[in-house]
Design a protein around this ligand. Structure first.
Ligand code: AMP
Length: 414
């Protein structure tokens, strides 16, 4: 079954076409700068690389371009768009309602629109992608995988903020958490690697990319995570502050900054960029630190200290931890960050094998010392594959498809 996975952002569409259940990527691509003068488009597949620079006014035109490229007689990978049986969409916010991936119906679309109130930068472009896919691939099953879904198991004691309770009832203010598909993917992968059932494992998963979050997973269920109502809370990130005293916002307001400016400062000008004054890219900061730059060194120290503090908190939350997983661009590739975060924690059962830590990059592998009570792993994230897996499972369960339970129920009723 061919499954197209779409990640539709405010001005970009990222996609991968999978052959399922083999989990084989047959094409992948990225369209950027939608709505600007020139929108660069790139696709890679077994039939070569395609690069186009053209004007793409909106997401609908964008998806049309992508489908034409996938089905192009010379450089495409499928003969007809009808071969695409399912489309899995990444959707950022599913509120408290969506606890797993679902078949997209008009009701589901209305809910995604409703939760745009909580994710105004993400849910509207996600919906644009869904609308375009329904238009151009009307025969395909459309599914949604939500970043928040994995965290709907977080108990109230970890999810609610200590503000008057009616704000939760009136506005649904609580910790939703994000990166759920990534945390779920790496946790499931580790269970596969260890040949254990996910319900036997307590894990701490660190997704460290441009956005960063850490999750405590007890017996396969997320029980706490560092991002909150929005992806601003928690760890230090590329340009986001993570945790801070909320009174800083009023202090800045008193100094003359308006809410929009403060929002922009905390989301776009803070984190590694704000601290270093130079870059939000960890690669640059590591190089600057090696060259003796004190601000880059400080930014890295603060990044690792915050992560270590959360790690300590989640070790206490879980009581017993089997493994810590690093993923995301920084988590997978950066030995220095892992060392600075975990060094000196032998008393807690964490011991890195420094050679393995240095040498393991962007591949699955254990980096803890043999015999350490808490094992440490690198597992490259693959949210697209998880979304494709969900879309495949949902499409397979549809009536009329011989392998799904819906089909077998029908047979039983007869
Ligand atoms: P992501 O959002 O997962 O793509 O991660 C982006 C972050 O990962 C940036 O801060 C990059 O500097 C960092 N990153 C990506 N590749 C490497 C690498 N090879 N070494 C160190 N950091 C990396």
């Amino acid at each position: 079954m061919k499954v197209l996975v779409i990640n539709s952002g405010s001005s970009s569409i990222k996609y991968q076409l999978f052959e399922m259940p083999r989990s084989e990527v047959i094409a992948r691509g990225l369209l950027e700068k939608i709505g600007e003068e020139i929108s660069p488009f790139r696709q890679k597949s077994g039939r070569g690389e395609v690069e186009i620079k053209t004007r793409v006014p909106d997401h609908e035109a964008g998806l049309n371009l992508i489908i034409r490229s996938i089905t192009d007689p010379e450089t495409g990978v499928v003969a007809s768009r009808n071969e695409i049986a399912a489309v899995g969409h990444r959707v950022v916010h599913g509120g408290e309602e969506f606890t797993g991936s679902v078949l997209i119906t008009p009701r589901v679309m209305a809910k995604i629109r409703k939760y745009a109130d909580l994710a105004p930068l993400h849910n509207p472009p996600n919906l644009m992608g869904i609308r375009a896919a329904r238009k151009f691939l009307p025969g395909a099953v459309q599914t949604a995988s939500f970043d928040t879904a994995f965290h709907t198991t977080i108990p109230d004691k970890a999810a609610l903020y200590a503000i008057p309770h009616h704000f939760y009832h009136r506005y649904r203010i609580k910790r939703y958490g994000f990166h759920g598909t990534s945390h779920r993917y790496v946790a499931r992968r580790l269970a596969e690697i260890l040949k254990r059932d996910k319900t036997e494992l307590n894990l701490i998963t660190c997704h460290l990319g441009n956005g960063c979050s850490i999750t405590a997973i007890e017996q396969g269920r997320s029980v706490d995570t560092s991002m909150g109502l929005t992806p601003l809370e928690g760890l230090v990130m590329g340009t986001r502050s993570g945790d801070l005293d909320p009174a800083i916002i009023f202090y800045l307001a008193d100094k003359g900054y308006n809410p929009k400016e403060i929002n922009n400062i905390l989301n776009k000008q803070s984190g590694l960029l704000g601290l270093s004054g130079q870059s939000n890219d960890m690669r640059n900061l590591v190089a600057l630190r090696e060259g003796g730059d004190p601000r880059a060194a400080l930014a890295i120290d603060i990044f690792c200290y915050r992560l270590r503090k959360y790690l300590g908190a989640y070790l206490a939350v879980l009581g017993r931890t089997d493994a810590i997983i690093f993923t995301g661009g920084i988590g997978e590739n950066n030995p220095l960050i892992r060392t600075l975060t975990l060094q000196g924690l032998e008393g807690l059962g964490i011991r890195l094998d420094e050679k393995r830590n240095r040498l393991t990059r962007a591949v699955e592998g254990e980096i803890s010392a043999p015999g350490a009570p808490i094992r440490v792993y690198i597992i490259p994230t693959n949210e697209e594959l998880r979304i494709a897996g969900d879309a495949y499972e949902i499409a397979s369960r549809r009536p009329g498809n011989a392998i799904g339970p819906a089909a077998s129920k029908k047979r039983r009723r007869k």
